[in-house]
Design a binder for this molecule. Structure first.
Ligand code: HEC
Ligand code: HEC
Length: 295
C-alpha cells in the first residue's frame, strides 16, 4: 500500500500544493514544509538540550547520574540559601551582642528582631512553666501584667533570667517566707485572722468581724511588714509579692492563703546563664519586657 501511495504524488487542485500521496476517504495530505521560524525554534531547543546535558546533572548512569560540569545540586542550592539567612541573622545577632538592652530597645529594627527571636526561644524554654505568651499558671507568674515579684525593668528581668530564683546559681535570687504554722510561730487562730486581714487589703475578706480583722492587722504588723510592706505593697528586693492587688501567684481564697502562711512552698525558677548564651538571654529579656515590662 505504501509503495503504491508513493507513486501517487500529485498537485492538489485547490491549493496548488503537492500532496504526500496519503489519502483517507478522499481527504489528501498536503506536503507543506514546516514554517521556517518553527524549524529555528526546534533547532535551538535541540542545541539547548545538548548544552544542558553538559552543564547540569542529566543522564542516569549505572552508579547514579552525570554530574554536569557546574556541579549544581539541590542540596548545594539549599545550603547557599541557608548561609544567606544565617548571614542576615548574624548581622542582627552581632548588633545585639555589642549593644546594651536599652540600645536594643531604642532601635526599632534590632528590637523587632530580638523580640521575635525571643518569642521563639520562649516557646522552647519557658512556655512549659509560664505557658505560651507568658500567660502563667498557679505558681508560675503571669509575665503579661505589670505586676512583678522581682522587678520588671530590662536589667531586673535579665538578672532573673541569668541567675534564676532559688536556683542552683551562687547569685540566684533568694528569700524564704517563714513557715508560720509548721514552725509554730503562729497559732492556727492567728493565721486565720491574718488571712482575713490580708484578704481585706483587696476587699476580699470572707469574715467581716472587724475585731478579728483588727487583730489580724496587728499580727501582720508584727510578722509580715518586713517583707510585704506596711500596706501589703510587696518588696521586690526580697521577692515578696504585693498582697493588696488581688493578683494571686501561689494561693487564692481564705483556705489556700491560710495554708500557704502555715507552710509556704517557695517557687523555683531555673537559672539560664550557661544554658543559653548572652545574646539569647538578651533577646528573651527584650521579649518578656515587651509583654508587660516597666516597673
Ligand atoms: C521550671 C519552671 C520554669 C521555667 C522553665 C521558667 N520559669 Fe520563669 N519562673 C518560674 C517560677 C516558679 C517563677 C516564680 C518564682 C517566685 O515565686 O519568685 C518564675 C519567675 C520568672 C520571672 C520573674 C517574674 C517576676 O514577677 O519578677 C521571669 C521574668 C521569668 N520567670 C521568666 C522566664 C523565662 C524568660 C523563662 C525561659 C528562659 C522561664 N522563666 C522559665 C518557673 C519557671
Ligand atoms: C522573709 C520575708 C517574708 C515574710 C516575713 C513573710 N512573707 Fe509572705 N511571702 C514572701 C515571699 C518571698 C513570697 C513569695 C513566695 C514565692 O514566690 O514562691 C511570699 C508569698 C506570700 C503569699 C502568697 C501571695 C500570692 O500572690 O499568692 C502570701 C499570702 C503571704 N506571703 C502572706 C504572708 C503573711 C500573712 C506573712 C506574715 C504572717 C508573710 N507573708 C510573711 C516573703 C515573706
Amino acid at each position: 500500500m505504501a509503495e503504491e501511495n508513493k507513486n501517487k504524488k500529485e498537485i492538489d487542485k485547490h491549493s496548488g500544493v503537492e500532496t504526500t500521496g496519503h489519502e483517507w476517504d478522499g481527504l489528501k495530505e498536503l506536503n507543506n514544509p514546516a514554517p521556517r521560524w518553527w524549524m529555528w525554534v526546534f533547532l535551538a531547543t535541540v542545541i539547548w538540550a545538548f548544552g544542558y546535558w553538559v552543564v547540569y546533572p542529566a543522564w542516569p548512569t549505572l552508579t547514579g547520574h552525570t554530574e554536569g560540569n557546574l556541579g549544581w545540586t539541590q542540596y548545594k542550592k539549599l545550603e547557599g540559601e541557608q548561609a544567606e539567612i544565617l548571614a542576615r541573622k548574624e548581622k542582627y545577632v552581632s548588633k545585639i551582642d555589642s549593644s546594651s538592652l536599652q540600645e536594643i530597645r531604642n532601635s526599632s529594627e534590632v528590637f523587632e528582631f530580638a523580640r521575635q527571636a525571643g518569642e521563639s526561644l520562649f516557646k522552647d524554654n519557658c512556655a512549659t512553666c509560664h505557658q505560651i505568651g507568658g500567660a502563667g499558671a498557679k505558681g508560675y507568674p503571669n509575665l503579661n501584667d505589670d505586676d512583678w515579684i522581682w522587678g520588671g525593668t530590662l536589667e531586673e528581668i535579665k538578672t532573673t533570667l541569668n541567675h534564676g530564683i532559688r536556683a542552683g546559681d551562687e547569685n540566684t535570687r533568694v528569700s524564704a517566707m517563714p513557715a508560720f504554722g509548721k514552725d509554730g510561730i503562729l497559732q492556727q487562730a492567728d493565721i486565720n485572722k491574718v488571712t482575713q486581714y490580708v484578704l481585706s487589703l483587696s476587699g476580699k475578706n470572707t469574715d467581716t468581724n472587724q475585731d478579728k480583722i483588727a487583730s489580724g492587722k496587728q499580727i501582720y504588723a508584727d510578722n509580715c511588714v518586713s517583707c510585704h510592706g506596711e500596706k501589703g505593697e510587696g518588696n521586690k528586693d526580697v521577692g515578696a509579692p504585693n498582697l493588696s492587688d488581688a493578683i494571686w501567684l501561689k494561693a487564692e481564697g481564705a483556705e489556700e492563703i491560710a495554708g500557704f502562711i502555715s507552710n509556704p512552698k517557695m517557687g523555683v525558677m531555673p537559672n539560664w546563664a550557661g544554658r543559653l548564651n548572652d545574646s539569647q538571654i538578651k533577646m528573651l529579656t527584650i521579649y518578656v519586657h515587651s509583654l508587660g515590662g516597666g516597673k
